[in-house]
Design a protein around this ligand. Structure first.
Ligand code: ADP
Ligand code: MG
Length: 336
């Protein structure tokens, strides 16, 4: 159990400030996801929380204890990275037991914990194998298992799935989500640049941009009420359509945002219309791209996948209540 509190946390490398004053409360047992583009400071912030990196200024609390000067082993954390970093000459069992052996735990205690973690991750049949005899997904399970065995109060993940192929990534995402349910007391912080992972795993998401927090909220809050054009464009797949000039002027704003799923194809009285320049059929979903005369083609999700010919002339209308208006600095304007 640990609440984690960051108060005006900053980190500089020499003269370069990369974390620029972060205030954040993470609740005990919560699954918090840090998401943002590459280079925005996600890994750095996670390393500060883990103790692998020094905080330049500000305060970090685990419960009510200031832990700025505590080494990682004193913080009760376990970390899983993108690269599995398993010891290649050690069997899975020994890889998982290694950290516990260092802590001088009893043999029986070690065995119990390794077996329990292995069962939880369904790798108990692999304990006698070497890492090279495992698939990528199995290796990542071992890396997670090794962290679990240490019975951490805080679990930190840094893009653990980004080396896996797409199908495996989805499967492991589900595993991690289940893990969250089986360990409700452990606080989890998960770093990813993948907004789908963020949306599906998080209790709350913290969107980082250039070393600062852009917005913190539940996936639904960020999707429905982005507090900037940056969050609006980052959360949600496919990316929100942004329209400017005469399209936005008609709505009295600098930029008008509307998601592909909130645009209807209409037979009469369209608001916008144009030719189909591209179609995308994903099986479960299909999208068309319309050249309505805006800078970018308008992405529209089809309610029922059906064949639409290239160059067909289509009229559309955005749904009421799903238009986002932004002023020139990217701040949202009230709904109307
Ligand atoms: P992310 O994980 O979001 O991709 P990082 O936290 O790794 O971003 O990096 C944030 C910024 O800090 C980047 O500009 C990166 O170049 C810089 N940075 C990270 N580690 C170091 C370091 N050890 N020395 C100097 N600059 C660093
Ligand atoms: Mg990173």
């Amino acid at each position: 159990m640990a609440d984690i509190k960051l108060k005006n946390v900053r980190k500089s490398y020499g003269k370069l400030e990369v974390i620029k004053g972060v205030d954040l409360d993470i609740h005990s047992g919560e699954f918090m996801v840090f998401v943002g583009p590459s280079g925005c400071g996600k890994s750095t912030l996670l390393r500060l929380i883990s103790g692998l990196g020094d905080i330049t200024s500000g305060d970090l609390y685990f419960d009510d204890e200031r832990v700025n000067n505590k080494v990682p082993s004193e913080r009760g954390i376990a970390m899983v990275f993108q690269s599995y970093a398993l010891y290649p000459h050690m069997k899975v069992y020994d890889n998982m037991a290694f950290g516990m052996k260092l802590l001088k735990a009893s043999k029986e205690d070690i065995r119990n914990r390794v077996v329990k973690a292995a069962e939880m991750l369904q790798i108990d049949h692999l304990l006698d194998r070497l890492p090279r005899q495992l698939s990528g997904g199995q290796r990542q399970r071992v890396a997670i298992g090794r962290a679990l065995v240490r019975d951490p109060r805080v679990f930190l993940f840094d893009e653990p799935l980004s080396n896996l192929d797409a199908a495996l990534r989805v499967a492991m995402r589900l595993e991690i989500s289940k893990l969250h349910q089986t360990m409700p007391d452990v606080t989890k912080i998960y770093v990813t640049h993948d907004q789908v992972e963020a949306m599906t795993l998080a209790d709350r998401i913290c969107v980082l941009r250039d070393g600062m927090i852009e917005q913190v909220g539940t996936p639904e809050e960020l999707y429905e009420h982005p507090n900037s054009i940056f969050v609006a464009g980052f959360i949600g797949s496919p990316k929100m359509n942004f329209l400017t000039d005469r399209f936005s002027a008609a709505f009295d704003c600098h930029t008008l945002g509307v998601r592909a799923e909130h645009i209807d194809i209409v037979d009469s009285d369209p608001l916008w219309s144009g030719k189909v320049v591209h179609t995308e059929n994903l099986g479960s979903d299909a999208y068309i791209y319309l050249d309505i005369g805006a800078e970018e083609p308008l992405n529209v999700r089809l309610k029922e996948p059906r064949p639409i010919a290239l160059n067909a002339e289509i009229g559309v209308r955005p749904q009421d209540g799903h238009l986002y208006r932004f002023e020139d600095r990217g701040h949202p304007l009230p709904e109307r």
